[in-house]
Design a protein around this ligand. Structure first.
Ligand code: PMP
Length: 455
């Protein structure tokens, strides 16, 4: 039996390699990287190595690590109470956060259901949509199907995986899953034959419309990531696609669930991606950045129409049949409130355009590299896709792990980034500074040059 605080760094690395089971990681090849602390946009590992956090931990950190405002809010709440349930009661900070979220999210989302991670916020949205059609004033119990886009990613719980369309992550679990109607993947890099950038929006929208029209009587909801499909490899949608999907779902009486788990809280340059196209969904999922990336918390926001369908007399049994132990945790909510305060105090959204432009300018020279097929950027979300052959967009075989190898080289330059297959993902904290943007991009350039020497 080991007593506490007796582990050497070598013990820690050994336990990490052999006992900690990391998600989406081949443990036979895992090289331990154990972080001890963070400061601003930097991480420090147990060996004292300093690493720029180029992907905001896992796309969640917004204002840097160890931020005094967020730390103080969590500490202050800890001095009061660490947790109360949200079944039948609630902590004060969660109520305050609810008020603030209703204010900052798209118009019409006036009700907030809390959970602990993005996947759970999607599960809640799926069940809400289902229950809504069963029990609203004019019930439509046959509306039980869901539509998800090609290469969709909505989390790792069973409902989310059912919606998922990333072959590599999801197909294995097929026998466990419910069927969904699969829409197009509105990818602006790899276009279908005879489709041009100018006609892409029409093409994808018409494909989507043909899928839903005719069976819309059976469809409960369309689920989509607005503007950017992150885990698909930073797939960027054509402008206007979201708006048209919103209009059609309204026309055909289908709920729209927008998954803003990755895109929310400033990542795309606006607070929420939906706001670029003046879209307000019926249900919206948020997580990652909700607490500034400090504590686990997620939420599903709902419109008045959805909420109203759950109101009734006690004997009608219309309440939402769903709830988690840690929903609305007061410390996470305090962190969420503090994060929204930082948005205001540090004019985070106002400062973004200059950062986004600087990042774009720094990335430009990489585009001419023989194996850089595409650099796609929306706000501070970037995918740099490595291809075997540029003209044909021929991907590298997955087994060559080119993305992972480039990221490994970047680590030697003191920058932490994590790829999605052949796509190098950059998603720095919104607090990243101009010189740090330069460091980040320089490490990517170095990584690519090491991976393809002489090219
Ligand atoms: N939806 C989207 C769009 C995501 O990007 C993610 C996580 N990357 C999730 C859902 C799942 O969130 P979590 O990992 O917090 O469960």
């Amino acid at each position: 039996m080991t007593t506490k605080n007796t582990y050497s760094n070598a013990d820690i690395a050994h336990i990490d390699r052999t006992a900690v089971w990391h998600g989406f990681t081949q443990m036979a090849h895992y090289e331990p990287l154990v972080i001890e602390r963070g400061e601003g946009n930097w991480l420090f590992d147990i060996e004292g190595r300093r690493l720029l956090d180029g992907v905001s931990s896992l796309w969640c950190n917004l204002h840097g690590h160890n931020h005094p405002t967020i730390n103080a809010a969590i500490r202050d709440q800890l001095g009061k109470i660490a947790h109360v349930t949200s079944l039948g009661m609630i902590g004060r900070t969660a109520v305050e956060l609810t008020g603030r979220l209703v204010d900052v999210t798209p118009e019409g989302l006036n009700h907030v259901f809390y959970s602990s991670d993005g996947s759970s916020s999607v599960e809640a949205a799926l069940k809400m949509a289902f229950q809504y059609w069963q029990q609203r004033e004019n019930p439509q119990p046959q509306k039980t199907k869901y539509v998800a886009m090609g290469a969709a990613y909505h989390g790792d719980t069973t409902g989310g995986v059912s919606l998922g369309g990333v072959e590599h992550f999801h197909s294995l679990f097929g026998p466990l899953l419910f069927d969904v109607l699969r829409g197009p993947c509105p990818d602006t890099y790899r276009l279908p034959e005879n489709v041009t950038p100018e006609t892409a929006c029409d093409h994808y929208f018409e494909t989507f419309r043909d899928l839903v029209t005719g069976q819309h009587q059976q469809i409960a909801a369309v689920v989509m990531e607005p503007l950017v499909q992150g885990a698909a490899g930073m797939v960027m949608h054509p402008e206007g696609f979201l708006r048209r999907v919103r209009d059609l779902t309204r026309e055909l009486d289908i709920l729209l669930i927008c998954d803003e788990v990755a895109t929310g809280f400033g990542r795309t340059g606006k607070m929420f991606a939906c706001q670029h196209e003046q879209v307000s969904p019926d249900l919206m999922c948020i997580a990652k950045g909700l607490t500034g990336g400090y504590l686990p918390m997620a939420a599903t926001l709902a419109s008045d129409a959805v909420w109203n369908a759950f109101l009734g007399d006690l004997d009608q049994n219309k309440q939402f049949f769903h709830g988690h132990t840690y929903s609305g945790n007061p410390m996470a909510a305090a962190a969420g409130l503090a994060s929204l305060d930082v948005f205001e105090e540090e004019q985070v959204l106002e400062n973004l355009p200059a950062k986004i432009d600087h990042l774009e300018r720094c990335l430009q020279p990489l585009a001419s590299h023989r194996h850089v097929g595409s650099i796609r950027q929306r706000g501070l979300m970037v995918g740099i896709e490595l291809v075997e052959e540029k003209a044909s967009k021929q991907p590298f075989p997955a087994g060559q792990t080119r993305g992972a190898r480039v990221c490994r080289h970047a680590l030697d330059r003191g920058v932490w980034i994590r790829p999605l297959g052949n796509v190098i993902v950059l998603m720095p904290p919104l607090s990243i500074q101009a010189d740090e943007i330069e460091t980040l991009v320089e490490a990517v350039r170095y990584g690519i040059s090491q991976e393809f020497p002489g090219e």
